[in-house]
Design a protein around this ligand. Structure first.
Ligand code: PLP
Length: 366
């Protein structure tokens, strides 16, 4: 990567592929001979319509999304989906099931309480959110409208490696994939709905992607704001109102780049290599560094770790910053460090971090 760039380990907004940023820069003033920036285009003009259609089509190729699903480009972040999902899929008295493996699943559950009757059927809270349950250790409510999971908990670094089968009568599994979206292949047909904020793996903040099975739209509660009604957005191809045009354009460039890399199988291989390098460094440090997450469910994307001598954490973060590695401070709710190593983090960035960890350990082990 270029000398003037840092290795940015932020959890989101997060680092984007340098070649994508350069391409956007080259098209900034005059998008492909249109004489306009994408920021200046009518969202109903043929130029922008071609941009959003290509973004959707490339995303469909990447995730192999069938025509049974709508792909929606929305606003309001994943947080808005915490409300939109129950508003669209439930009546106020319907029960739904949540497996809560971290802070985001908990937030989704709490928001759902306003619009339906959610139950937490398993929570990892008492074990500080370091686990994913085995699928025979909880009981689903057969009358639940859906089963909700957070596929990757960004703060705690806990990731589902496979998915529970929903036993509710409509077989609807819903996943928040904000922080591992497009990081590996996913069998979309197992889900009723997948949602993700773009700002970790696929673009800038301001775009939220919803992939929803077509038969699940059209039954929103009467109080549903028009902006949260999936049917309105699906009927209008995400152009009911002015969408986040520039963000959608950037997501499109990222999707194209992921396809050029060889698709999500290849992307996953790269992510596994990076994550292994970092987890191995932690695990082989004789306890100097620690990752509290159970090994089998450690996230490929967000790697939380602590120092045995926690008083050295601020020094570690300072030394990293001196070497142009930034945003390594852990989330305020868990402390320690967190390295987010999304798709766009180069292998060289993780190598550099691991080299610092080794040096730091040598210099600080008395
Ligand atoms: N869900 C997960 C897993 C997240 O990591 C985040 C992010 O920051 C959110 C939801 C909330 O996303 P947003 O800030 O886009 O509303």
């Amino acid at each position: 990567q270029s000398q003037d760039r840092v290795f940015n380990f932020a959890a989101g907004p997060a680092t984007l592929p340098e070649n994508v940023l350069k391409k956007a820069e080259s098209e900034l003033y005059n998008w492909r001979g249109s004489g306009m920036s994408v920021m200046e285009m009518s969202h109903r003009g043929k130029e922008f319509v071609s941009i959003i259609e290509k973004a959707e089509s490339d995303l469909r190729s990447l995730l192999n999304i069938s025509s049974d699903y709508h792909v929606l480009f929305l606003q309001g972040g994943a947080t808005t989906q915490f409300a939109a999902i129950p508003l669209n899929l439930c009546k106020i008295d319907d029960s739904v099931d949540f497996i809560v493996t971290g802070s985001w699943g908990d937030k989704a559950f709490k928001e759902a309480q306003k619009y339906c009757k959610p139950n937490v059927i398993w929570s990892g809270k008492s074990e500080k959110y370091t686990k994913v349950p085995s699928f025979d250790s909880f009981e689903q409510n057969p009358n639940a409208k859906f089963l909700h999971i957070c596929a990757n908990e960004t703060i705690q670094g806990v990731e589902f490696k496979n998915y529970p089968t929903p036993s509710n009568k409509d077989g609807i599994l819903i996943a928040d994939m904000s922080s591992n979206f497009c990081s590996k292949p996913v069998d979309v047909s197992k889900f009723g709905l997948i949602y993700a904020g773009a700002q970790k793996n696929v673009g800038p903040s301001g775009v939220t992607i919803v992939i929803i099975r077509k038969d699940l739209i059209g039954n929103a509660q009467d109080i549903t704001p028009v902006m949260l009604d999936y049917k309105i957005h699906a009927d209008n191809k995400s152009l009911y109102n002015t969408p986040p045009c520039y963000g959608i354009y950037m997501c499109g460039l990222v999707f194209e780049d992921l396809l050029n890399q060889g698709g999500l199988e290849q992307v996953e291989k790269n992510n596994i290599k990076k994550a292994e390098l970092l987890y191995n460094a932690i695990d082989s440090s004789n306890g100097f560094y620690r990752c509290p997450v159970e090994k089998s469910v450690r996230s490929l994307m967000n790697v939380p770790f602590t120092l045995e001598k926690s008083e050295l954490e601020a020094d570690f973060i300072k030394e990293a910053a001196k070497e142009k590695m930034v945003q390594l401070k852990g989330h305020r709710s868990v402390g320690g460090m967190r390295a987010s190593i999304y798709n766009a983090m180069p292998y060289a960035g993780v190598e550099k971090l691991v080299a610092l960890m080794k040096d730091f350990q040598v210099n600080h082990r008395l």
